[in-house]
Design a protein. Structure first.
Length: 332
């Protein structure tokens, strides 16, 4: 006799189902026959509260493949988190997941911005699209799902006056260095946070950063940014290789959240009355540079954008600039 295991339970359920479909069968004989077959296998019951092992396995396969393709650690970490949340909510075998399951899952996040929901769907499309292309599943349940329509809003860049107000509101050399480096380079927060002191080329006033898709590009400092960065670094007495570190011991690389807090604090001290983040400074770099006559292709390269349309969003001229251009170029 088999022990009262998951296999025994499964066998009982199968026999009960067969007896219900064909009442005339000999349930005792069928159970004995199945007992011999089931004894050759190890059967594990999937608890409803658990992530299905098949889905977990497919997620790990997908992440391994993307890692080999050279996706950046930041992107991989983001994919893994979104897929882990998905697996915890949809406890099914991968090839049994339907478009309806995905809609129900995304519906749980109605409190989030449309851009956040669109990002979750994008990750799922990437995951299931890859599984289908590799012929691991027969159909892609996300194929007919369209991302939610998002309101097109222009990035909120700072004016020159607001930028000066931020500069004056800096209370430490570190704060001023943050501000000038983020603005002068137009870098993403993650790119600046990952920089080391050894990355800075003082001769060319530049450094190389690793952006989205693990792509490397060169960015440049202004004289002002380099002056305040040197001032900050010369005041440090630690041996930590990171460009920006914590203020208190034990010194370590400052987190992205730490840099965000410092920028928000500067904005609060400046009394701007608006939210300012490291990304605001990236927007400001792009907008002011384009308004000052820079070519779109050059700004695209400096920002690390693959698609020119992404950079085009910043090419919104101020009223003053529009008047100046009209006066300069109108043929009378």
């Amino acid at each position: 006799m088999m022990a009262n295991t998951a296999g025994e339970q499964m066998m009982s359920e199968v026999v009960a189902m067969l007896h219900e479909l064909i009442p005339t069968i000999n349930a005792h004989e069928i159970k004995n026959e199945l007992s011999v077959i089931f004894s050759k296998y190890h059967v594990t019951k999937i608890e409803l509260q658990e992530v299905h092992p098949d889905l977990h396995e497919k997620i790990q396969l997908f992440l391994s493949s993307k890692r080999l393709e050279g996706l950046s650690p930041i992107t991989l970490e983001s994919y893994e988190l979104d897929l882990k949340i998905f697996a915890e909510h949809v406890k099914k075998k991968t090839d049994e997941i339907t478009a309806a399951d995905i809609r129900v899952f995304l519906g749980r996040f109605s409190h989030l911005k449309l851009s956040s929901i669109a990002k979750k769907l994008s990750v799922l499309k990437s995951f299931f699209g890859w599984l289908a292309s590799e012929e691991i599943i027969q159909r892609d349940p996300t194929k007919k799902l369209k991302p939610p329509k998002q309101e097109k809003r222009l990035p909120k860049a700072l004016t020159i006056e607001e930028l000066e107000m931020l500069r004056e509101a800096c209370k430490t050399t570190r704060q001023r260095a943050f501000l000038e480096v983020l603005y002068a380079t137009g870098c993403r927060l993650s790119e600046v946070q990952a920089l080391n002191r050894s990355d800075i080329n003082y001769q060319t006033l530049s450094c190389r950063v690793i952006g989205k898709g693990n792509k490397e590009r060169e960015v440049y400092f202004s004289f002002k940014a380099m002056y305040h960065l040197r001032k900050y670094l010369m005041a440090r007495t630690d041996n930590e290789p990171a460009l920006f570190i914590t203020e208190r011991k034990p010194y370590r690389r400052l987190s992205k959240r730490g840099i965000q807090r410092e920028i928000a604090l500067i904005a609060e001290n400046a009394g701007l009355g608006k939210k300012v983040s490291p990304h605001t400074l990236r927007h400001t770099f792009a907008t002011l540079t384009l308004n000052n006559g820079a070519e779109l292709a050059a700004v695209q390269a400096l920002l690390g954008h693959e698609d020119p349309a992404t950079t085009q969003v910043y090419a919104q001229l101020t009223d003053e600039k529009k008047r100046e251009q009209h006066k300069k170029y109108l043929v009378q």
